[in-house]
Write a protein that binds this ligand. Structure first.
Ligand code: SF4
Length: 404
């Protein structure tokens, strides 16, 4: 029988007041799985169908992340991240389980090498929350793909044997779901490889399980964050509802361990695909001392059409944000090219081109929409390399552009 509203409220209250709430082990041991979602949400038919047919990605959330969601509002951004919808079972022709060719670009199991100097190390496949938009569903939901200790050591040996690798991104799954001992082991190994200078930990735990950022974990990270190795952390906050007091504490602990924390959000339809929501998120992030890094166009993974937005949305969001927040709060809008072409950054066209006769560049202010010119330096040999400004536009705006 379906839970009543009162029953759902009571279930939540009981769980959220547990004495061990602040223990990350309690949070992981009491994760809410697919079959339990009905005890914490008043589900609609689309969600029930989504839960029933969720084959591409595990379902699970920590009680903490659940506590940020609304049990009755279908439009709650956190709920949309936790509860599958029926559209998730529809695989569209443009989608692929590995759109970025991470497997084809893998010299050894558990490692992807798309760039000469950087590699992506998949340390584990566990996550605290299984985000419905996850692009690593092919890994995190298949135990056969789970890396073994031997795989991990082969990856580390490969990195050691390739001296042009200077930067290692540890991802998964979520690397901070490994035990402290394993995190210590991996960072220790990387620290000992002389050509590896940078390590970036990709983790959503500050968002979904901030209690995991314990003093002990931070001490381990701090120990390896030294002259030999610089450790960064990139996380993924997608909505200001995720920017809680607990999340801020977790971020501050990482910062105290000398780790610079950046955010890689994903534009998700119906969750954050407008300028106001993204601006509010990035304002909160700066208050938490998290710098904006990337704003991703969602990957073409199976069952994700309902999350994807037109490219124009990204431009609209950036245009809206420009002038309303400092540059540290404005992410780079990027798409990871399908087929393994790497990332490209995209910006709205504020540069309108070069006028060869006057040798002026023409710009439009992102903030005010006004036109402005700036001269190319005298003697510059680059005139022929610039795109030419539209002559009609130049004629129209030149007499009233803002000049120095
Ligand atoms: S935490 Fe990251 S890897 Fe895990 S499900 Fe969420 S997006 Fe995917």
């Amino acid at each position: 029988m379906e839970n009543s509203k009162n029953q759902i409220i009571a279930n939540r209250k009981r769980l959220f007041s547990h004495p061990d709430w602040n223990s990350y082990k309690f949070q992981l041991q009491n994760r809410i799985k697919a079959k339990d979602l009905e005890n914490f949400f008043l589900l609609n038919p689309e969600e029930k169908e989504g839960i029933e047919n969720s084959i591409r990605l595990n379902v699970g959330t920590t009680p903490y992340y659940l506590s940020l969601s609304d049990p009755f509002d279908l439009n709650c951004p956190i709920r949309k991240t936790i509860v599958p919808r029926k559209e998730e079972a529809i695989f569209s022709p443009e989608e692929s389980i590995d759109p970025l060719h991470e497997e084809r670009l893998s010299p050894v199991k558990g490692l992807t090498r798309m760039y000469k100097d950087r590699v992506l190390l998949f340390s584990n496949h566990e996550c605290s929350v299984y985000c419905r938009h996850c692009m690593r569903g092919r890994k995190v939901s298949y135990s056969s793909e789970k890396p073994t200790v031997e795989n991990l050591n082969e990856c580390l040996t490969y990195i050691e044997g390739n001296s042009d690798i200077t930067d290692v991104v540890i991802s998964g799954g979520d690397p901070l779901n490994l035990t402290d001992g394993k995190v210590d082991y991996i960072l220790g190994k990387l620290e000992m490889i002389p050509h590896v200078k940078i390590c970036r930990i990709g983790t959503r735990n500050p968002v979904t399980l901030p209690m995991r950022i314990t003093s002990n974990l931070c001490k381990i990270i701090e120990n390896h964050n030294n002259d030999s190795l610089s450790i960064f952390c990139n996380t993924q906050f997608n909505h200001k509802k995720e920017c809680t007091k607990e999340a801020k504490e977790a971020v501050l602990k990482l910062i105290k361990a000398g780790v610079s924390v950046g955010n890689q959000c994903v534009i998700l339809k119906g969750i954050n695909d407008n300028g106001e929501t993204m601006l509010a998120l990035h304002q909160k992030l700066l208050e938490m001392r998290v710098r904006a890094y990337y704003m991703y166009d969602p990957e073409l993974i199976p069952g994700s059409r309902h999350f994807r937005t037109p490219f124009a949305k990204g431009f609209e969001i950036l245009s809206y944000m420009r002038g309303k927040i400092g540059g540290m709060g404005i992410p780079q809008f990027v798409t990871d090219l399908p087929g393994g072409g790497g990332k490209v950054t995209m910006t709205p066209d504020w540069y309108l081109g070069f006028h060869r006769q006057t040798r002026y560049h023409l710009f439009q202010s992102a903030m005010a929409g006004t036109y402005h010119i700036s001269p190319e330096p005298v003697g510059s040999p680059y005139d022929s390399t610039y795109k030419e400004v539209d002559p009609k536009l130049w004629e129209k705006v030149y007499s009233h552009v803002s000049k120095v």
